[in-house]
Design a binder for this molecule. Structure first.
Ligand SMILES: NC(=O)C1=CN([C@@H]2O[C@H](COP(=O)(O)OP(=O)(O)OC[C@H]3O[C@@H](n4cnc5c(N)ncnc54)[C@H](OP(=O)(O)O)[C@@H]3O)[C@@H](O)[C@H]2O)[C@H](O)CC1
Ligand SMILES: [K+]
Length: 512
């Protein structure tokens, strides 16, 4: 589903350090109502909206202030007539706010229940709603032991019985900064249907594992004003943060919308070039060349494409999209070196990235390349470019994308669930909000690369082209899923006309 249009403040993404600074600033103001009271009241509003008739609620409460929020919510729900069981995993000292919350909870009708009673249940969970207040932004290590058993039991029951789960602030076990389950395959996290997050939006709710754990994300700012020195580090890439397309002059011709060369096509791989080339055509490039290293093909369905041997293509001033089906042969490397040396605005994808990762001379050539460029790695290609493992890339996708942008002085689209966009010399990243698992099929990367090429050809900067391309690509897949062409069986070819439709809609909306 396309992301709903939401106010700009919801789009800003704050790291935990910034959220802590907001918390501190608010504490310093000594407001009569504590942040914890406001957090619990916000949760109360959400619960009573989702479940207006009082019913049976299970609340999980951990040792920190996330548990304090949960304990206070338990007291509020109990006084409103809900039947509340609260399972506490406490350890160590409580903060003053948490102590007050637990006191209110113990004076309410909420019943304490032992974690072991829940982990022993293999059948029915007698609850209509579950609240997760085990760990918030204070999670400091993988969840293990009894807490992990509890999360496993809750995930199993909520999935089998379709019980909604509201995570307070962040699903317990997920990192608010990275969106990765802390501990990777050894870790565990709550699978929430809703996350009510406090004070500001967080990157970890939108990338990596977040799509499988956070559910619908709702932000409550707790009426705290953000002071000027607390800055977001990123924003969501969605319908209301997209750049506009340049207006098409009435007096224009095909030369007005730029030329794109797709460079790839090793033996058996002509399809990748054709997918990228067709996308460039359908998304507005004036002229599109399909340069094939070995597999010369003519696109009889789209004779507008100029298919030719890559080696014979004389470069002029076209945008170059290098990599779709290029292979990693010596001749592929030679051609890539020629393309980089021409110093055109470029998109590097697929095997162009693999060759770049392997060959130091290509890396040096890219350092001399001063025109703008976009690199579109998936996590494995990113890992090769960085000499990291895929697990390291996925454990912190924002750090990986930002390091790539710096190292390769390029705009980066790190693909995957919640694609991360970074640019050199600017720490502000974006996380793309559109797209779904239907895109996890061969050829969709070629389509994205061709789309970037077409937007560059029409005059967008590399950053604007990457942001718009990423969103259009995802939203086209979302639209196709809405009418049944996915999530299973969506093909890269079907994306192409859907992208054209989304792009024209974007242009039409911009002209309203
Ligand atoms: N910041 C805000 O805007 C507001 C915060 N509120 C809520 O408070 C939490 C943050 O509270 P905090 O106490 O800092 O942290 P947590 O509740 O997330 O958890 C910290 C405690 O958990 C222990 N811990 C951490 N990781 C693990 C683990 N894997 N297994 C077991 N225990 C763990 C940690 O122990 P340490 O040994 O690491 O110290 C702490 O005991 C925030 O998320 C909001 O929900 C507000 O009330 C609203 C405003
Ligand atoms: K939580």
């Amino acid at each position: 589903m396309p992301y709903p249009l939401i106010p700009a403040a919801h789009l800003r993404l704050y790291p935990v350090s910034a959220i802590r600074a907001m918390e501190q600033a608010s504490d310093n103001q000594q407001a009569p109502v504590s942040l914890m009271e406001r957090a619990a009241a916000a949760a109360m509003r959400l619960v009573t909206t989702l479940m207006p008739e009082p019913g049976a609620v299970l609340i999980l409460a951990g040792p920190g202030d996330n548990g304090g929020d949960a304990a206070l919510l338990a007291a509020m729900l109990a006084s409103a007539g809900y039947s509340v069981d609260i399972c506490a995993l406490l350890s160590g000292a409580l903060s003053a706010d948490s102590q007050a919350s637990w006191q209110r909870c113990s004076h309410s009708s909420a019943r304490r229940i032992q974690a072991e009673q829940l982990t022993a249940v293999h059948g029915y969970f007698p609850y209509q709603l579950i609240i997760d207040g085990l760990f918030g932004i204070g999670l400091s290590r993988p969840v293990s032991g009894l807490a992990a058993d509890l999360i496993r039991a809750v995930n199993r029951a909520s999935e089998l019985q379709r019980i909604p789960v509201i995570a307070l602030d962040i699903p317990s076990g997920l990192s608010a900064d990275t969106g990765a389950v802390v501990g990777g395959t050894q870790g565990i996290a709550i699978r929430a249907s809703h996350t009510l997050s406090f004070l500001g939006n967080k990157p970890g709710l939108h990338t990596a594992d977040a799509k499988d754990y956070a559910g619908h994300v709702i932000i409550d700012f707790l009426e705290a004003s953000v002071s000027a020195d607390v800055r977001e580090t990123g924003v969501l890439n969605c319908a209301n943060t997209l750049p506009a397309m340049p207006k098409r002059a009435g007096n224009s011709h095909k030369g007005s919308f730029g030329d794109v060369l797709i460079a790839g096509g090793a033996a058996g791989m002509s399809g990748a070039v054709l997918l990228a080339a067709r996308t460039a055509l359908f998304s507005g490039a004036g002229r599109v060349y399909a340069g094939m290293l070995e597999a010369i093909a003519t696109d009889y369905l789209h004779p507008e494409l100029m298919c030719r041997p890559l080696q014979q293509h004389v470069l002029q001033k076209e945008i170059i999209v290098a990599g779709p089906g290029l292979g990693q042969s010596d001749s592929a490397a030679t051609e890539l070196a020629r393309l980089i040396a021409a110093n055109h605005t470029m998109v590097l994808d697929a095997d162009a990235l693999n060759l770049l990762a392997q060959q130091t001379p290509l890396q040096s050539a890219l350092q001399q390349h001063t025109a703008e460029k976009i690199l579109t790695p998936h996590p494995l290609e990113a890992a090769r470019l960085l000499n990291w493992t895929v697990a390291e890339v996925q454990a912190d996708r924002i750090a990986a994308a930002s390091e790539l942008a710096h190292r390769y002085q390029s705009v980066i689209i790190l693909k995957g669930a919640g694609s991360v966009l970074c640019q050199p010399g600017n720490a502000q990243y974006r996380i793309n909000t559109s797209g779904n698992p239907a895109l996890a099929t061969g050829g969709t990367g070629d389509v994205l690369a061709g789309l970037c090429g077409a937007l560059l050809a029409q005059g967008l900067t590399a950053w604007d082209a990457a942001c718009l391309a990423c969103w259009l690509h995802g939203t086209a897949a979302d639209d196709l899923c809405l009418n049944g062409t996915g999530p299973v069986g969506l093909t890269a070819s079907e994306l192409i006309p859907a992208i054209r439709r989304a792009l024209n809609q974007h242009i039409a909306l911009g002209q309203l």
